[in-house]
Design a protein around this ligand. Structure first.
Ligand SMILES: NC(=O)c1ccc[n+]([C@@H]2O[C@H](COP(=O)([O-])OP(=O)(O)OC[C@H]3O[C@@H](n4cnc5c(N)ncnc54)[C@H](OP(=O)(O)O)[C@@H]3O)[C@@H](O)[C@H]2O)c1
Length: 341
């Protein structure tokens, strides 16, 4: 009889409660070039919930085991994989991107390049936050800079604005920027609640820019001595775009990985052009191989150097995966939501 494993899945799009099922599925076996990972923690990102809800289009496969992020231990290897990888602790990326079987299960078989060694000082819960949040944060800080500078050295002495301090991605952006020697301005609905950002050394905490744009611009000018910030990292481009020409230093970068509240913002082109500003959009699932490779290397470097703990909002057993998705969709989570198979 085929060996079975615990798993969660959906076969149609819709609300979490209506679509997510749990039970058993056949345990996968690693194909050539793959590793079999016993999952210890599975990360639930907004994109997992959006795909399940139907917001990203129709079902790509008849049955989907959700979640792209996860961490665990390699228990078996396919042909061509070095035997030394057996028993390795790993974190995963793109585990459910263009593939039906993600990390919301006891096991996953995945190409070995998508299973990255997890530094010894990190728990599996940390590892399950790296594939999307940490990778997106790193790329947003790294993209479009002098390629001669590595490991975010270009940020030393710069001021970086990271919007949404309590966000899963922003949390790592603040941590990496501080570890790289930057000053960090960050924002929250209620700055008094951004404890993790304070602990990581964020230098200035403000309300989101769209609450009072004039006041925000003034505070940034005061903090930077009129120079402006060298980089903006944001998941809400539309909430900040109008004032970016006023708060950016010349020849600086806006790195945007979302614009959820204003999906089609108006671009103040000439004011940005007069600043030689660059606007970079980031889609972490489809990023170029060399950019991803730099991020994987840089994440390990800064997680070890900077001692950046994961910001975990909640951990749910696999049987309660629907509640985990609802928490992600609530709009009030702080950091990452995890599921343990
Ligand atoms: N393009 C990509 O590759 C990529 C990768 C990862 C994530 N994303 C997307 O990025 C978004 C954030 O992901 P996440 O996991 O970090 O989500 P999250 O943990 O839910 O964080 C969302 C953040 O947005 C902040 N926010 C709310 N209103 C804002 C405003 N007016 N201005 C600035 N920030 C505001 C929230 O701050 P308060 O809680 O303080 O209000 C919160 O910190 C999601 O839409 C996700 O799908 C895209």
């Amino acid at each position: 009889m085929t060996e079975q494993m615990k798993a969660a899945w959906y076969t149609r799009t819709g609300s979490a409660a209506e679509t997510l099922e749990t039970g058993t599925l056949p345990k996968p076996s690693p194909q050539p070039g793959e590793v079999l990972v016993r999952i210890h923690a599975s990360g639930v990102n907004p994109s997992d919930a959006k795909k399940r809800s139907g917001a990203r289009g129709a079902m790509q496969f008849e049955q989907i085991v959700p979640h792209s992020d996860g961490a665990g231990i390699i228990e078996a290897i396919g042909k061509g994989v070095a035997p030394g990888r057996l028993s390795e602790r790993v974190w995963l990326w793109n585990a459910q991107w263009n593939r039906p079987l993600g990390t919301a299960a006891e096991y996953i078989a995945i190409p070995e390049s998508q299973a990255v060694p997890l530094p010894d000082n990190l728990a599996f819960e940390d590892g399950a936050c790296l594939g999307i949040p940490a990778m997106t944060a790193y790329i947003a800080l790294d993209i479009n800079h002098d390629p001669a500078l590595d490991l975010l050295e270009h940020l030393r002495g710069q001021t970086v604005l990271v919007t949404g301090a309590n966000g899963a991605v922003a949390h790592y952006a603040i941590g990496f920027a501080k570890s790289a020697g930057a000053k960090v301005i960050t924002t929250a609905t209620n700055p008094d609640t951004a404890d993790a950002a304070k602990q990581m050394g964020a230098d200035l905490l403000l309300e989101h820019a769209d609450v009072d744009p004039d006041r925000f611009t003034k505070r940034v000018a005061e903090f930077t001595g009129g120079k402006g910030v060298g980089r903006i990292v944001t998941s809400e481009l539309g909430s900040i775009l109008a004032i970016t020409p006023d708060i950016l230093a010349p020849a600086s970068t806006i790195a945007a990985y979302g614009s959820e509240k204003t999906p089609a913002p108006t671009l103040p082109f000439y004011p940005l052009m007069f600043k030689n500003a660059s606007l970079e959009s980031i889609f972490v699932y489809e990023i170029a191989d060399e950019i991803r490779a730099r991020a994987i290397r840089g994440i390990a470097h800064h997680l070890v150097k900077g001692g950046i703990p994961a910001l975990i909002d909640g951990i749910f057993p696999l049987d309660e995966i629907a509640a985990a998705h609802e928490r992600v969709e609530s709009g009030s989570k702080r950091g990452m939501v995890l599921v343990t198979p």
